[in-house]
Structure formats: C-alpha cells, structure tokens
Design a protein around this ligand. Structure first.
Ligand SMILES: [Zn+2]
Length: 340
C-alpha cells in the first residue's frame, strides 16, 4: 500500500518487530538453521536383480533404473558406497515362477545369490531384502491362493517365514516383509530366532496402500498380478487411523522398523506413524510412480530435476521418515556430495 504522506510503498514495521527473514539473508545463515538434514546415508537404493553375468537392462518406465544381473552387483555396490549410499533393498526376478513361488526361498534363488555376492564383495554394505511372493508366483499375487483366487493368509505366513530365513542365512542384514499379510512380522521374527538369526532385523511394510503409483515398478520387477488386484490385503488410500493400528500390531510382533509406502500422497501418514512410534526407525518408500512423474516432467523441461528431487526427499524426511527408499538415491547422493 502506498504511504500517502511520503509516497513510499509499504508501511514500515516498528522497532522490535519480528523479522523471520533475518535467518534467510545468506546461504550460511540458512545452512545454520536448517531443521531437516538430508544425507546420502539416509537413502536406500532398490536393486532389481536377475540371473546372468554382465547385463544391465534399462527399465523403460523408470529412466536411469536398470535390472542388474548378479555379475554386475559388486561393481554397483562399490559405486553406491563411493556416493555415500550405505544400504540397498533387493528385489529378485526369478528365471521361473510357479503357483507356490518356490524360488522365493530356494537356497540358490536369485536374491539369495545376490546377497552372497554383495556380502562377499562389500561386507559393510547394508543388505535389505524384500520378502514377498508376488515376484515368484505365476499368478503374481502376494501369497498362496485358495480355489477362488483369494490370497490365503495363515498358509502364506509359513512361506514368508521360509523366505526370510533363507535371506538371513545368505547374509541379509534386514528383511522387509511387504505383503501386508496379517501376522507376517511375528511369523518371520519367530522363524529367524529359531534358526539362530537373532541379529537379522525386520523392517516391516506396516502401512502399504493399494496405490496406482506402483505401475512402473511392476514392469521393473515383472510382478503384476495376472488377474484381480491387491486391495484385499493392501490398505485403502482413504484410511489413516487404520495405519496406526497396522503399525502398532507390527511393533507388538517385534518389528525393528516400519515402512510407509507410497510416500508423497501419504506424508500425513508418515507423520502420524512417526509420532505414534517415535521409538522405531521409520522408512518411507518414494515409489516408482513418484519417480516416473519427476523424471517425465524433467525430461520435458517442465521441472528442474535436481531441485525437485532434493525438495521431495527433504519433504519426506521432514514429515518424519528417518530413511527414504528411493530410485533417485544415486542422483541425489551425487548432488549432495557436490553441494558440500
Ligand atoms: Zn507382494
């Protein structure tokens, strides 16, 4: 508003007025008061592993992400560590699938091989593994099915426990059950302990929504359901109070950490789960569809990719996530290193 007497634009604040902009005046001042740090070791990089020696196969719907054969994993892991990324989450794409997902818990299964290769080459890397059946079943569902094609709960627990034990025996540090099967954390914890694998942590996908944002992942992991969908076990996107119940049940069953998936449409859920269970590390999964949106917009020149990615990851951390599982991890880590 123009001052009528002086002609100056805007009324001056009086003496002693609050001026939050003082902390934003220079880059160093902003650095000094930044509330939410973002570092490469907050990030977990998902790896899609296939059989073979030297192949890297690009995934069309996730530019920059590749299916990796076991033979290139050691190089990939060393590259990640040099960027400051200290954890990977493994997804396996088996040679053959069947109704019972047998290869999911085979001693020489694809993930089991991958764990051994990684632990052999770079023992300090934290190896996390996805524990579910959907990549291993010919029908693409997350568990055993009854005659009507519905996912059986308690029968599936037995297989999930076997998968987790086989990963633990191969050397996994963390197993991450993702199937939203009731009782999965307790079943896995008991089986690991009975096998002498007390040191293997369970990072539970306690809160996983039936989301449209998993589309590109299903191409990457070749795990789309052959019929139907996952709404009988994954959560309704409309529900948040139910997420607290899911989280608490998993904590009671012995979960060492929790996951909320997806991240961006569910930051309120990240915040609420963090506040309900501040005692446990919380991870948020910045899923394939979220990645693809940013990549597509950046490729069209509609977004500044670097700024958008760092803002997205910081936002997920600010909401309450300690860890972010993200396909942007390598780019983000190199940008964060450059900024130092
Ligand atoms: Zn699944």
């Amino acid at each position: 508003m123009a001052d009528l007497d002086t002609g100056r634009v805007g009324a001056a604040l009086g003496p002693g007025a609050a001026r939050p902009r003082r902390w934003r005046r220079t880059s160093a001042l902003r650095d000094l008061v930044r509330e939410t740090p973002l570092a490469p070791d907050d990030l977990v990089y998902p790896l899609f592993v296939v059989d073979g020696r030297g192949e890297r196969t690009p995934i069309a719907s996730m530019p920059g992400v590749e299916q990796l054969s076991v033979g290139v994993l050691a190089d990939e892991a060393r590259a990640l560590l040099s960027l400051g990324i200290e954890a990977v989450l493994l997804f396996g794409i088996p040679e053959s699938k069947d109704a019972h997902g047998s290869e999911s818990h085979a001693e020489d299964g694809i993930v089991q091989q991958a764990i051994r290769v990684l632990k052999d080459a770079v023992p300090e890397l934290v190896v996390m593994t996805d524990v579910c059946m959907c990549e291993y079943t010919d029908h693409g569902h997350c568990g055993l099915l009854d005659a009507d094609g519905a996912v059986l709960n308690d029968e599936t627990l037995e297989i999930l426990a076997r998968i987790a034990v086989s990963h633990g025996e191969a050397g996994a540090d963390v197993v991450a059950p993702s199937g939203m099967i009731d009782g999965m954390v307790g079943a896995i914890r008991s089986a690991l302990d009975e096998d002498g694998l007390q040191g293997v942590a369970v990072l539970s996908y306690a809160v996983k929504y039936a989301s449209a944002f998993y589309g590109p992942f299903r191409e990457a992991a070749e795990g789309a359901p052959a019929f139907g969908d996952r709404r009988s076990h994954q959560m309704d996107p409309a529900n948040a109070r139910e997420a607290l119940r899911e989280a608490t049940l998993d904590v009671e069953q012995g979960a060492d950490g929790l996951v909320v998936k997806p991240a961006l449409g569910y930051l309120d859920v990240v915040r609420r789960v963090h506040e309900r269970h501040p005692e446990l590390p919380l991870a948020a999964y910045n899923v394939s569809g979220e990645y693809a949106m940013v990549k597509a917009a950046a490729a069209n020149g509609w977004l500044d990719e670097r700024a958008a990615v760092l803002e997205v990851l910081t936002g997920i951390r600010r909401a309450g996530a300690d860890l972010v599982v993200t396909y942007h991890a390598k780019d983000a880590a190199s940008w964060l290193q450059e900024a130092r």
